[in-house]
Structures are given as structure tokens and as C-alpha cells.
Design a protein around this ligand. Structure first.
Ligand code: AMP
Ligand code: MG
Ligand code: MG
Length: 259
């Protein structure tokens, strides 16, 4: 039985510097989302076949530190020109709400959810950290539709691998897990694909849209297993970082920013 109607795979790219760490005030620079739905759901809610229905993608212009580091461009492939001409985060959220309303996921007037959907990400960071930080910097609340718990597919792949351990032919990834004697090893996207015996990563790793498309392929595969596709991770929308000042201020000294 599958309790959700629709799935939104998101993979955020954000400003960063070499070795900047998890507490850096990253600003979102790419917001790509893939919408998937069941194409075989029965009246009693059983389903195992997910298909991609639509894509939303926008670059986002940062406002606290609008200049991208070379490290960030090298990592993500996103250039200064891409973000200089992009809408800001509140504007992107406006466009994204139109996309959600167009697909019947939220009420266009109130923004309230009108279907059961969840966000799905590779790891817990995309909404829990990047969206929460960005909301502070943009001085706007996190929209209600982004506040639900998420499905961390990296976590689901890890538990699936642990449950399949030694019952199936050894992939190089399974062998890697066994060598490291780790039952719940969290794998990067290319290794998740190979662990599930799927075709290898397509596109450019750390391009948000390509990451999201490949994560969507993993989600489609997870849905074919007996797993119930449902949230497994809290997002903590009230989380605060030490550099968050009143009124959206960012008290992060330049001296702490690596080159
Ligand atoms: P990903 O989805 O793995 O491409 O990463 C999302 C974001 O996390 C990137 O856009 C960066 O802001 C940050 N990030 C990923 N890897 C690194 C790294 N090695 N050093 C600093 N930031 C990183
Ligand atoms: Mg990611
Ligand atoms: Mg990415």
C-alpha cells in the first residue's frame, strides 16, 4: 500500500568554498525538482511503478554573497552569468508555487496541499539545511508545502543494501560495504546506482538537475521493491545557526570564509 500520490525529487546546489563546512551560510543557486507519480495504482492503493511527469528548474541569484567562488563553479558547473540573470529565492518560490498549482499539488490561492506528496532528496541537507538557511537570508518563512518530513533516498538505499546483504550476487559496491564492515554505509549517487544494478550516472555530477534526474531513477527503482515510499527523515524547520542575527542578518565574518 502506498500512502503518497506524488513525489518531488529535489537536489539543491548552493554557494560554497573549499572546506567551508556544514555551518557556512550557503545560499541556494539551483532549484531543480522532478515530479513523479504512480502509473499503476489500484483502488486499494497498491502501486510499484513510478513515472516522471514533469520537471521544474531555475537558477537562483544569491543576495548575501552574490559572487561565486571558483571552487563552487568547478564543483557545480554553475557560472556567474547563470546566476546573475536568475530570479532571487522569493521569486523562484513564486514560480515554483505556480508549477505545483498547475500540477494540482497545491491550492493556487491558499498554497495549502491539495494532494498527498513528499519531497525526496539524496541525504538530509537539501531542505533541512539549505532551505532553512536561505529562508533566513531572504527574510521569508519556509512555505508550508516544504515543511513536511522528507524521504532521504540515500538512507533507503542503505537499508535496502543491508537487507539484501549476502542474499544476492556481490556487486562491487556490496563488496565495498562488506570490506568496510559497515551495514549502513551512505553511498554517493553513482554508487547507489551501481548498488541497485542500474545504468551508471548520466550527466554531470553536482549539476543539480542531473543529480535530481539520477536520484529520480533511484526512487523509481526503490518503488519497485517491497519498500513503502514514505518519509524517513525530519527536516527541523526551526533550526538556527550561530550566524543568524535578527531580521535576516548574517553575522558571518569574512575572515572565516576560505578562499
Ligand atoms: P551536491 O548535491 O552533492 O551536488 O551538493 C549540494 C551542495 O553542497 C553544493 O552545491 C555545495 O554547496 C555543497 N557541497 C557539496 N560538496 C561540497 C564540498 N566538497 N565542499 C563544499 N561544499 C560542498
Ligand atoms: Mg545533493
Ligand atoms: Mg547536487
Amino acid at each position: 500500500m502506498q500512502p503518497y500520490d506524488a513525489f518531488l525529487v529535489v537536489d539543491v546546489e548552493a554557494t560554497c568554498h573549499s572546506g567551508c563546512g556544514f555551518d557556512y551560510p550557503n545560499e541556494i543557486i539551483e532549484w531543480p525538482v522532478i515530479l513523479l507519480r504512480w502509473n499503476d495504482q489500484t483502488e486499494d492503493g497498491r502501486a510499484s511503478s513510478l513515472v516522471q511527469v514533469a520537471e521544474f528548474r531555475s537558477y537562483v541569484r544569491p543576495t548575501w554573497r552574490p559572487q561565486l567562488s571558483t571552487f563552487c563553479t568547478d564543483l557545480t558547473g554553475i557560472t556567474q552569468a547563470d546566476i546573475d540573470s536568475a530570479p532571487t529565492w522569493p521569486e523562484v518560490l513564486g514560480l515554483f508555487a505556480e508549477f505545483l498549482a498547475h500540477h494540482g499539488l497545491i491550492d493556487p490561492r491558499t498554497g495549502a496541499r491539495s494532494q498527498k506528496f513528499i519531497f525526496c532528496c539524496d541525504g538530509p541537507f537539501d531542505i533541512r539545511d539549505f532551505v532553512t538557511k536561505q529562508s533566513h537570508i531572504s527574510k521569508i518563512p519556509i512555505p508550508g508545502y516544504l515543511r513536511g518530513d522528507i524521504l532521504d533516498i540515500r538512507k533507503s538505499v542503505a537499508s535496502l543494501m543491508a537487507s539484501r546483504e549476502l542474499r544476492e550476487p556481490m556487486t562491487s559496491t556490496a563488496a565495498h560495504i562488506q570490506r568496510n564492515n559497515q551495514k549502513h554505509l551512505y553511498l554517493p549517487i553513482p554508487m547507489q546506482l551501481s548498488a541497485l544494478l542500474l545504468p551508471s550516472f548520466t550527466g554531470r555530477l553536482h549539476c543539480g538537475l542531473d543529480d535530481a534526474r539520477n536520484v529520480a531513477r533511484i526512487l523509481i527503482e526503490l518503488a519497485r521493491t517491497p519498500l513503502r515510499v514514505e518519509p524517513n527523515t525530519r527536516i527541523l524547520p526551526n533550526r538556527r545557526w550561530w550566524w543568524m542575527g535578527p531580521g535576516g542578518k548574517v553575522n558571518y565574518p569574512d575572515s572565516r570564509t576560505p578562499a
